[in-house]
Write a protein that binds this ligand. Sequence first.
Ligand code: PHE
Length: 335
Amino acid sequence: MAEIDELRTALLARIEASESPRDVLRASEFKQLYAKIPQLDPAERGAYGKQINELKVALETAIDARQSAIEDQLVLPLDITAPWDINGSEPALLPTENGSVHPLSKELERVVDIFTRMGFDAHESRQIDNDWNMFGALNFPEGHPARDGYDTFRTEEGFIPPAHTSTMQNRVLRAGKAKLEAGGQIASISYGRVFRNEDVDATHEHTFYQCEGVFVSDSATLGQMLGTLRAFFEEYYGQKLLIKTQPGYFPFVEPGLEFAIEKPATLGGKPGDWLEMLGCGMIHPNVLRAADIDPEKYRGFAWGGGVERLVMLKYGIEDLRHFESGKLAFLRKFA
Ligand code: PHE
């Protein structure tokens, strides 16, 4: 019995000093107390067993107290902006899940990568612009009904969160003019968020992404444009594709086309399932003139289309609203 008291003092002291107090209960000296029971006189066993149990309870109480003292020391300075229970000691002190790149950012990177490998430079499109870039420089006369097709938002000062990445065309053309006149070409893509005042449903968002291409040289042709677009789509989807065009009206191109691909069987398509992917055409002479480029000497083509549409087809995403929803269940699928 004196032996148990001695052990109690020793083990309690060890718990106080330990960084992993639970190990003390597993110490062999304590376990040996149980091993002695069979050697005792059967009449003594009951009292002895009771004492061991009392010791065990005392040790466990001390262990719990020591454990929470250790955890209290570990508590980080209170961060009221932390979104989970990082300030508590339970459960984990650190998040157990990593963040990830948004699927649109990831896919945009692939798009940019494909075009830069083809020799295009790439830059982000502006998120606030003016009437001139959004319409005027793109051959939309004041009061032209085609302006209404773009459902634009406007600030009280008259600025416009652009409704298409074509808002970058005039800047791209001006920036490339010197290169063109030195015998080179303009080959540039602009990508980024665009905004439309539309009712939101599974295929319409007020905020979405577009990617726009502009190419100008002294001899650009519609055939080069179709070849460039086909090469892009085949690279992006990793397979041969059927393409088709039909006339489309945009004031800044002439002729203007809508460009479609046949939905590949690998992505659930049947022959004859055409998907319209973008608008395109030869740059209108007035658009070149607006950038001080002589349409008698130079010609170009341009295209622009939605990025979500590309990604939705690739991954079978059924609802456009997922992208801006911030829903973790959706985002985790792409982590
Ligand atoms: N900006 C047009 C749209 O958003 C697409 C387009 C771009 C068409 C370039 C022709 C040339 O609908």
